[in-house]
Design a protein around this ligand. Structure first.
Ligand SMILES: Cc1cc2nc3c(=O)[nH]c(=O)nc-3n(C[C@H](O)[C@H](O)[C@H](O)COP(=O)(O)OP(=O)(O)OC[C@H]3O[C@@H](n4cnc5c(N)ncnc54)[C@H](O)[C@@H]3O)c2cc1C
Length: 472
């Protein structure tokens, strides 16, 4: 096992994209094999925080004590077999996409940040623009090799449900505690996923680095579409975009079946205009859409259908952008990725901890949510941007307070959370809870459910060694 103890080599592991400071760890341990990892966990009783690629937004990989375990040497990339691929946790989404490039298969979860590791995306149940149609990471994991905090190992496969004890490789078992709590039905990544009769695997996916170490997994792939039809549509008012979105979602028009629907409010466009000068001056909102097209013959009819559909809508059609080929598709993805990058860079420059929401509600509350956000944010007088996965009723509001507005921003955040929870929504639909959203998580589930969720943690990590300070 490789050990990094020099403060300069440890420092990069005390960061992620949340800009949270205050991480502490005595050393970074880099096992080369699963046996080394298992031996360490069996012999030691130190708290352990698992490091992925550090692109997380909730400080969940930043340790508060103990040691950091980095799986960076676990970089296996297996051959594609019958639409599946076995990969190590250190493989980044970018590596995986490159590996699959000419295989005829693709991996749909696309959390816009391609440097994220597979281990990190499993731990956070990452999702992204294409989750609107294809679903989240959880839907694409067929099995996973895990190690518990005491060094016991298991291979989790589909069909092993919590109705039966979890079988560990050494013959021991773990019972799923009796809990009444159930995860909300909307897109959700807050804390442990709990549904009656679910697979054990689904509990571990999205557990924020607190239940196990993922050492390898088998991913389900999809046939690569022949093409993606894509556009960035501009509108003169934000509300026009919300109304268009509702129409797209209920549209019965043939060939209107997007896999991504991503929103940019007027504040986002103002910032993006610094880099993309051809954003129309009159635009106050934009919608990025993508549609997977199974066969190239379907591409033109599909495009014609979209244009015919949009002609009757309040879209600045002449000034909107439609991809003409793979280069444009890449540009549109960069456009989408640029806004969180700009905000993260601005936060780092100003020493501001990220104050970004990740909340979602069910379809019934979509329009109420949008109006409520607009009214509250306008009344607050704060600077902010709103962007993200509008197809899933899942927007990221980034509050951008001056130093003296920090308390006000926290109050506004709290008001937004309270209303989303009244509507049965979630405080995190994709980034997880980590260390930054615990207070809101507690509000979301309530004290008695929190006790049940802690019992789940205790059954699998009795000494509370993994991911100290995450979730609870
Ligand atoms: C610009 C930007 C845009 C983003 N957009 C999205 C988005 O659209 N959708 C989305 O879902 N996320 C998004 N993210 C967040 C981030 O990319 C995801 O949370 C990602 O899954 C984190 O992966 P990582 O490898 O960087 O993990 P890290 O940040 O290193 O760790 C995240 C968690 O995973 C745990 N972990 C890491 N490896 C393992 C392992 N092998 N076993 C068990 N636990 C492990 C860590 O302990 C920690 O709890 C974005 C981030 C940035 C910077």
């Amino acid at each position: 096992m490789f050990r990094k103890t020099d403060p300069e080599t440890v420092a990069p592991y005390l960061k992620d994209a949340s800009n949270f400071s205050g991480g502490r760890a005595s050393e970074v341990l880099v096992p080369e094999t699963r046996d080394e990892l298992v031996a360490f966990l069996k012999e030691s009783d130190q708290p352990v925080t698992l490091a992925g690629a550090g692109t997380g937004l909730t400080a969940s990989r930043i340790p508060l004590e103990g040691v950091i375990l980095s799986l960076e040497r676990f970089h296996t990339l297996g051959a594609v077999k019958a639409g599946t691929c076995r990969v190590g946790p250190a493989v980044t989404l970018k590596d995986l996409q490159a590996h699959l490039q000419n295989s005829g298969w693709f991996y749909p979860p696309n959390p816009t940040e391609s440097l994220a590791s597979i281990g990190g995306t499993l731990a956070t149940n990452a999702s992204g623009s294409r989750s609107y149609k294809f679903g989240t990471t959880r839907q694409f994991v067929l099995e996973a090799d895990i190690v518990l905090s005491d060094g016991r190992t298991a291979l989790l496969a589909r069909g092993q449900t919590i109705d039966r004890p979890l079988q560990l490789d050494d013959g021991s078992t773990v019972e799923f505690p009796r809990v009444k709590f159930k995860s909300p039905e909307c897109k959700n990544a807050a804390g442990y996923f709990v549904q009656p009769g679910m697979d054990w695997l689904d509990l571990f996916i999205g557990s924020d680095g607190t239940l196990c170490v993922f050492t390898e997994c088998t991913l389900r792939l999809m046939k690569t579409p022949a093409n993606f039809l894509s556009g960035i549509l501009f509108m003169k008012q934000e509300e026009l975009c919300w109304r268009l979105l509702e129409k797209i979602k209920i549209s019965n028009a043939q060939n209107i079946d997007p896999c991504s629907l991503e929103y940019f409010d007027s504040h986002s466009l103002q910032r993006l205009k610094k880099k993309f000068a051809n954003i129309p001056d009159s635009a106050r909102a934009a919608l990025f859409f993508e549609q997977d097209v199974a066969s190239q013959d379907d591409y033109d009819p599909c495009l014609e259908n979209w244009v015919a559909f949009l002609e009757t809508e309040a879209v600045l059609l002449e000034d909107s952008w439609f991809a003409q080929g793979p280069k444009d598709l890449e540009k549109f993805h960069d456009f989408r990725h640029e806004i969180p990058l700009m905000i993260n860079e601005e936060n780092s420059r100003l020493g501001r901890v990220k104050m970004g929401t990740d909340m979602a509600v069910g379809d019934a509350y979509f329009m109420d949510m949008m109006k409520f956000y607009r009214d509250e944010l306008t009344a607050s007088g704060l600077d902010y941007v709103v962007f993200g996965h509008i197809g899933d009723n899942h927007l990221h509001i980034n509050l951008l307070p001056d130093a003296e507005q920090t308390a006000l921003a926290h109050n506004v955040y709290g008001t937004l959370v309270d209303r989303i929870l009244q509507w049965g929504g979630t405080i995190s639909a994709e980034h997880g809870v980590g260390k930054l959203k615990k207070e809101y998580y507690r509000k979301m589930v309530g004290d008695s459910a929190l006790t049940e969720l802690k019992a789940i943690k205790k059954s699998l990590d009795p000494q509370g060694r993994l991911g100290v300070g995450n979730l609870f």
